[in-house]
Structures are given as structure tokens and as C-alpha cells.
Design a protein around this ligand. Structure first.
Ligand code: SF4
Length: 340
């Protein structure tokens, strides 16, 4: 059985044509699922009985199950159980300008960033497109509101699951399916340099975010294993190429870690590193967890860091804190379930 959320409109059209059904049936089926939220083929009243039987014999939907929800004022966290028993999680952030969902792209992560709760548990496997699509649809249905933007920044490194993530983006971006605008989709990488180049050839209007988290190799080597493979110089030069090829601004993610990467010297170094680049720095307050020793930077220090970047004409914001009263660090909900 194939999960129908693995398919783009054009895939379904080709499958139907190859099985002697009409191309337009694909649009009808996708409209029932994505617009009318009808998930039972028998209830699709404008398609033939024969096609309904074919769909029932060959396709299914919703192979992931919502296991647990934690809610706070501006954030919900969702734990999902996959068909093979693994757990993943997603986060809904309620902004003034709409609802944004941060989804997982892998079960666990092998990138081994030292401050990251998600990476504490190694990768078990990549997620398939339907497992990413279903995270969004199940959240959308549970809040009964549209999801306006999607960030692929939850558990996993999306560029380590490149093909499935690209397929997922095409599905959610398709105007006949989830219709989430490309400019409202962001892929976040820890810095897989060859994949950044590959991504620049996709000709997508999707945003790229890069987890930099340090202004030099000395600090980055300590907190991000990937830096030993693709160091800061290689990463910055890949980003410069990406920006000049796509003409798109890149978001630089920088988690502020107390006494690790938050000094004034670090801020000056970061400003020099990014000078003249079309980037936007997102300073992220750290979510402390009981398993890791890293601490959150004090507000006065993060304000100082921000001011130095601003003074050096770097576009910068400090990200609003989400969900500090629930298990906010990405991967915490899954870890607590797996380690039970
Ligand atoms: S920060 Fe991202 S890339 Fe690094 S270990 Fe965590 S999930 Fe993986």
C-alpha cells in the first residue's frame, strides 16, 4: 500500500493514466483530500466506483499517529508515533502574522551538535515525504486553522535526507495540495556544503537558513561536529556562491550559549565574517535541558551582542522565546518518550 501523501499531483496523474483512469481524476482526488479534508475514498462522490476500489486497494493515508500534545499560550508541541514505532516531534508557533510549524525530517540526527537535545539520540532513519506532510495536516486539523508557514528545522538534518525533503517541499508548495507559498517555507541546515550548492540549482523560491552558532573555527569545532568536515571558510564561501546565484537572502541562525559564543569579541568577529553578505541574523535564546550543560545567555548580554551587530550594519533580530513553560528544546518530547 502506498501512502497518498507521498505523491505530488503530477505523480498521481501519471499513476492514474498508466492504470487507464483519467488525468483529471487526480485533481478531483487531491481536492477531496486537501480542500475538503475527506480522507475516506468511499466518500468521494464524484469519482467512479471502479476508481474508488482501485484507490482502496492501492493507497492509504495517515500512517503516523498523534500521540501527545503539550500546549502553552503561543506554542504547541506534538509527539507523533510512526508506523514502525519510532517517535518524532513537531512544534506549532502562533505568531501575530500566522501559524508556523517546525517539522522533523529524520528520526534522530547524526550531526552531533553538542548543545542539541535532538542530536543526543542518533539517527534511526530518514523520514519519507508522507511522514513530513502528515505532521502538517494532523496539526492543521487539530487546531482547525491553516498552517501559513513551514520550517524544516526540527529533529534531523534536512540536507542529509535531501531527496525526500525536496519531494516534501514540492508537495506542500503545490497550489492543488497544501498550497504553502515557497517564500513561506524554510529549510535549515547545519552546513552540508555540497548540498547548499545542490540546493542553489533547484530553482526554488524556498528560504535557506544556516545554523552557524559560532564566529570562528575554534568555537564551532567544539560545538558542531560538522565544522570538522566543512569549516567556516568553506561554509561562508558556499553561502556567498548561493546568494550570488539565487539572489536570495540567507538566514544565519545563531543560538546564544552563555560564555561559549556570546562575548562582545564573538559579536565583532561575527559582524566581520558576515560583512557585505545578504544575510539576516537570527539570535536564538537557548532552551536549557537537564541532559546538557549549556546555559542560556543572560538578556543583558544578548542585548549587547545584538547592539554590536546592529552597529556594524548587520540585519539582526533576537527570536521571541517560544514555549519555555513546556519541554521547549527541540527533541525533548521525543527523548522523554524514547528514554521512558
Ligand atoms: S542542531 Fe540540528 S543538525 Fe545539529 S544535532 Fe540537532 S537536529 Fe541535528
Amino acid at each position: 500500500m502506498n501512502n497518498i501523501f507521498n505523491y505530488d499531483l503530477i505523480d498521481l496523474e501519471n499513476i492514474l493514466i498508466n492504470n487507464n483512469y483519467k488525468k483529471y481524476n487526480a485533481k478531483q482526488i487531491m481536492s477531496w483530500i486537501y480542500d475538503k479534508k475527506i480522507y475516506d475514498f468511499y466518500k468521494m462522490t464524484n469519482i467512479s466506483k471502479e476508481l474508488i476500489n482501485y484507490l482502496n486497494q492501492n493507497f492509504n493515508l495517515f500512517n503516523i499517529k498523534l500521540q501527545k500534545t503539550e500546549k502553552s499560550k503561543d506554542t504547541n508541541k506534538y509527539l507523533f508515533k510512526l508506523k514502525d514505532g519510532h517517535f518524532i516531534e513537531s512544534v506549532l508557533m502562533k505568531h501575530d502574522y500566522g501559524n508556523s510549524v517546525c517539522i522533523s525530517s529524520q528520526v534522530g540526527c547524526n550531526m552531533g551538535c553538542a548543545f542539541c537535545e535532538s542530536g543526543r539520540l542518533k539517527k534511526q532513519r530518514d523520514l519519507l515525504p508522507y511522514e513530513m506532510v502528515e505532521q502538517i495536516i494532523l496539526i492543521q486539523n487539530s487546531i482547525k486553522k491553516r498552517i501559513d508557514s513551514v520550517v524544516i528545522m526540527g529533529i534531523g538534518e534536512p540536507f542529509d535526507n535531501y531527496d525526500n525533503v525536496m519531494k516534501f517541499i514540492k508537495i506542500i508548495n503545490n497550489p492543488h495540495l497544501l498550497a504553502i507559498g515557497a517564500r513561506h517555507i524554510t529549510v535549515s541546515t547545519c552546513g552540508l556544503v555540497p548540498m547548499i550548492e545542490k540546493f542553489s540549482n533547484e530553482n526554488l523560491q524556498v528560504n535557506l537558513a544556516v545554523s552557524l552558532h559560532a564566529p570562528n573555527n575554534e568555537i564551532r569545532n567544539k560545538i558542531m561536529k560538522i565544522n570538522k568536515v566543512y569549516d567556516i571558510n568553506k561554509l561562508i564561501s558556499a553561502l556567498k556562491k548561493y546568494i550570488s546565484k539565487t539572489n536570495r537572502r540567507v538566514t544565519i541562525e545563531y543560538i546564544l550559549l552563555d560564555k561559549i559564543n556570546d562575548s562582545e569579541k564573538c559579536a565583532i568577529e561575527l559582524a566581520n565574517l558576515l560583512k557585505g553578505m545578504n544575510v539576516y541574523v537570527n539570535l536564538i535564546p537557548y532552551n536549557e535541558t537537564s541532559h546538557l550543560n549549556y546555559k542560556k545567555t543572560k538578556k543583558v548580554q544578548s542585548d549587547r551582542f545584538y547592539d554590536i551587530l546592529k552597529k556594524n550594519k548587520i540585519n539582526v533580530t533576537i527570536r521571541k522565546e517560544f514555549g519555555s513553560e513546556i519541554t521547549a528544546a527541540c527533541g525533548q518530547l521525543r527523548a522523554s518518550e524514547v528514554e521512558k
